[in-house]
Write a protein that binds this ligand. Structure first.
Ligand code: SF4
Length: 460
């Protein structure tokens, strides 16, 4: 075990008596053995969520368009409007997808797109109204902060401040049927990293402002982090700290008056296939690299987010890809640091079902969604797919009762009887994994609509 002081500190953190400082979280991340860090994250999870139940949700990712004005270097999904495989779904197609979801007992859609300048506000209002008219009970979790920031620009939203402009658009979409806002596009908040990888996408402050406006209107949100690329470990902690600090403010300012909050956090490692950033060299493999020296991202990163690209000549030109141990360590520290966020999700979609299952012992209380459809990380090479029975089996095999939840994390059904989806499978050898629905499969693996060499990827 780690030293007694850390054990005492983490016992208090697990019991919700004290919160970790960024400095403490970074030190624990760097120094504490993985199993021990996982133990304490699991302790914290058990205090918050009990011993018995771990959850999942029946929802469907719908990516309504892949046309996008941004050029994030980690993205294999986006297209320009005149690309041959650019698409925007029709309302009928979206409704058809929701019908398929409802047919298997689904309760929610996660709908996000590229940032398509051709779609007016009325298109979104029409889409949401059509969804709610036909599926009044389906929860619509849609439009990430970068989309909202572009909506304001595309729709020339009235108002003197970004907050006022966001409020105008958000109120209209909410009126039309929007229920809550997903935390896509968080990536890494530190400006030096964000400027390198999120080309043409909103700043961290804008991202957090979207969430704050949603909370002020009584809508819940979630938050994300995509790591394992050019960032340093201190950047990950800074990211968590920003979410925690803004959540504190939302709770203080709005909770007494029916305000919303960030309900969930999920993180996942960068998937490199088909992406411009994926062509960057791993640290230690580039000309002149000395792998005994610290990773450039760690040299640059600061806990207050103040690192600059001048901190290392190879910053942004080398990546440090994340494997299962780094993933579990990151998830564990997120559970321990984010004491004011209810749910931590396990990313089986990127890490595979069994690391996703292991995540339930490293601080995660939720296995996320059955994945009928996925278009974004699957464009970058991830194609894991599970149905309800398989998710339930993984949760049960990890030592918990599986339970279906809704977007508010209320339990819809606890699978404790013989009619449970996994217990109804009589022959797993005949239980074929479902096929992941991908809206448009890439014909040419490297046909990213960008011509980006390593320097162009990184020099921003
Ligand atoms: S990650 Fe999102 S915002 Fe960035 S290019 Fe891809 S679709 Fe556009």
């Amino acid at each position: 075990m780690h030293d007694a002081m850390d054990r005492g500190l983490l016992r208090s953190v697990a019991d919700g008596e004290v919160r970790l400082t960024p400095e403490q979280s970074l030190r624990l991340f760097q120094d504490m053995p993985l199993a021990e860090l996982g133990y304490w994250a699991d302790e914290r999870c058990r205090v918050m969520h009990g011993e018995a139940i771990r959850t999942y949700v029946m929802d469907r990712n719908i990516n309504y368009t892949n046309v996008c004005t941004a050029h994030c270097t980690f993205c294999a999904f986006r297209r320009d409007g005149d690309d041959s495989d650019a698409y925007t779904l029709t309302v009928d197609k979206v409704l058809h997808k929701i019908q398929e979801l409802v047919d298997i007992g689904g309760t929610q859609i996660l709908m996000q797109g590229g940032m398509n300048p051709e779609l007016p506000l009325e298109w979104y209002e029409h889409l949401l109204a059509a969804i709610k008219q036909r599926f009044s009970r389906v929860h619509v979790h849609a439009f990430s902060p970068p989309e909202f920031v572009e909506f304001v620009r595309f729709f020339q939203s009235p108002g003197e401040t970004l907050e006022a402009q966001l409020k105008h658009v958000m109120e209209r979409l909410r009126q039309a049927g929007l229920d809550s806002i997903p935390g896509g596009g968080g990536e890494i908040f530190a400006p030096a990293v964000r400027r390198k990888i999120g080309l043409g996408k909103c700043t961290a402050e804008e991202w957090l402002t979207v969430m704050r406006v949603a909370h002020s209107l009584g809508m819940n949100t979630s938050a994300t982090m995509m790591f394992g690329h050019i960032e340093g470990l201190a950047d990950r902690i800074h990211h968590l700290e920003q979410i925690r600090a803004w959540q504190d403010r939302s709770i203080a300012d709005f909770a007494h008056d029916g305000g919303g909050r960030c309900m969930a956090f999920i993180s996942w490692p960068f998937q490199r296939e088909n992406t411009p950033l994926g062509r960057a060299k791993n640290w230690g493999e580039g000309p002149g690299d000395d792998r005994r020296q610290p990773f450039p991202g760690d040299v640059v990163a600061r806990l207050d987010g103040s690192g600059t690209k001048e901190g290392h000549p190879e910053f942004g030109r080398r990546v440090r890809m994340s494997g299962s141990t780094d993933y579990l360590r990151t998830q564990a520290i997120s559970r321990l640091h984010l004491d004011n966020v209810w749910s931590i999700g396990s990313s089986w979609v990127t890490m595979g079902p069994h690391i996703g299952q292991t995540g339930l012992r490293y601080g995660a209380n939720d296995m996320g969604s059955v994945m009928m459809e996925e278009n974004v990380v699957s464009s970058a090479g991830t194609t894991h797919c599970m149905n309800q029975a398989e998710i339930c089996r993984l949760i049960r095999d990890a030592g918990f009762l599986p339970a279906q939840r809704d977007n508010h994390y209320d339990l819809l059904q606890v699978h404790d009887g013989p009619e449970s989806p996994d217990l109804c499978v009589t022959d797993w050898s005949l239980h074929r994994p479902p096929t992941l629905h991908v809206e448009h499969r890439r014909a040419e693996p490297t046909a990213v609509a960008l011509t980006v060499g390593e320097r162009a990827v990184t020099d921003r």
